[in-house]
Design a protein around this ligand. Structure first.
Ligand SMILES: [Fe+2]
Length: 400
């Protein structure tokens, strides 16, 4: 019998498959630590197994025996090479439908999935770009032929393509805060599009690239009159954190409020002071907003938080009723909650902060590695980047 040939698939294809009814087994051939600490997460549950690449090298038959027979197999590895190696082995041993991920887990980490948030009767379009590999969300607001982008990741081609598709040009890019968990695409996007980057001076003071500082109450407008975008200073996660209120309806909340928790106030090293600010933000500064305001967060915890359209959006009223961080009796209880949930942050976060203000320059390959892994920005335990990011980085350097 002639052996079949494995095929390459893209990370976007993988997300599409995993969003419906996947009919394959996903085989991750990275080492156990890397698999445990950062894996593929999607809206559905699916058979996902881990047999490290080195096992296939050391014990071919024993490893192949662990792969479910008669199944379609899709393989993930760190970069691509080891997945292809295992895919070839499986095909040589009778598997007939085997794919391997193009450019490995890094490409998964950079996938952006646009979801239309605004309703059809609104005169503007608001997109949420879900980044499944980071569990983060960025946004694009389109009004006539102009577009604003919020908290873009490095994969800026996706935003540019979306703007092109709508016949719009990107006129502004806005940051909610200086990110610690991923490298922002705003400076590069602003440079390429010749537009302004808006951000808080508190977080970006001394930045080596141009930006336009915003303060509480500022309104960013489109030139041809469109929805109002109001700046709300909401310190706590960082002291310069801001939310953008679009059309008095959608709150792009950055890392201030998530669907099941709030942003961590301890990442800056002054947790008690910042926790108090965050408490006041949640209980006082956001109090002016009505319950029906739709919160669009910068991160999510799991796909369970998504609605039936796989959009991460929830009313502020729901958060007030259901999220523990909004329901603590006073600031001391809030501080206790923060303290109980504190955990180490990934060692790479310090470097990412430096990159995001222009103090540290890295090349694309270095940025890919730094940018890998699920975020650790929520004030309750869920992500497991931590020490694993270091392992991931060393592993990526080793594996072809
Ligand atoms: Fe953050």
């Amino acid at each position: 019998m002639k052996n079949s040939t494995p095929f390459l698939y893209t990370a976007n294809e993988l997300f599409d498959w995993l969003s419906t009814s996947p009919d394959f087994v996903l085989l991750d051939v990275r080492n156990v630590n890397d698999f445990t600490n950062f894996c593929v997460e999607a809206p559905t549950f699916f058979p996902y197994i881990n047999i490290p690449y080195f096992n296939f090298m050391e014990d071919v038959q024993g490893s192949i025996d662990l792969v479910p027979k008669g199944q379609k197999i899709r393989i993930v590895c760190a970069k691509e090479g080891s997945a292809k190696y295992v895919a070839d082995l499986l095909c040589a041993h009778g598997f007939t439908d085997v794919g391997y991920l193009q450019q490995g887990i890094v490409s998964w980490g950079n996938v952006l999935v646009p979801k239309k948030v605004s309703s059809d009767d609104e005169k503007y379009i608001l997109y949420q770009f879900v980044r499944p590999g980071k569990a983060s969300c960025s946004y694009m607001l389109i009004s006539k032929d102009e577009a604003m982008v919020f908290d873009p990741s490095r994969n800026i081609e996706v935003y540019k393509e979306m703007a092109r598709k709508h016949g719009s040009r990107i006129v502004r890019t806005c940051e909610t805060h200086r990110q610690a968990d991923y490298i922002s695409g705003s400076p590069q996007l602003a440079l390429e599009k010749g537009c302004k980057m808006r951000a808080s001076r508190h977080d970006f003071s001394g930045a080596t690239f141009p930006y336009e500082p915003v303060v509480d109450g500022d309104v960013c407008t489109f030139t041809k009159k469109g929805p109002e975008v109001r700046v709300m200073h909401t310190p706590g996660h960082t002291m310069g954190s801001i939310c953008y209120l679009v059309d008095n309806k959608y709150l792009l909340s950055g890392d201030t409020a998530f669907i099941s928790t709030a942003g961590r106030p301890d990442l800056g090293g002054r947790w008690a002071e910042w926790a108090r600010e965050l408490y006041l933000t949640l209980m006082l500064r956001l109090r002016v907003l009505p319950d029906h305001t739709q919160v669009l967060p910068g991160h999510y915890t799991s796909w369970d938080e998504a609605n039936d359209k796989n959009i991460f959006m929830e009313s502020l009223g729901h958060l007030r009723q259901n999220v523990p961080a909004f329901r603590l009796a006073h600031e001391n209880k809030f501080a206790e909650f923060i303290k109980e949930n504190m955990r180490p942050q990934s060692p790479v976060y310090g470097e990412i902060r430096q990159v995001n203000i222009g103090f540290l320059q890295v090349n694309e390959a270095e940025a890919d590695v730094m940018d890998l892994g699920k975020n650790e920005c929520g004030a309750s335990n869920y992500g497991k980047v931590g020490v694993s990011a270091e392992l991931e980085r060393s592993e990526l350097k080793k594996v072809v």
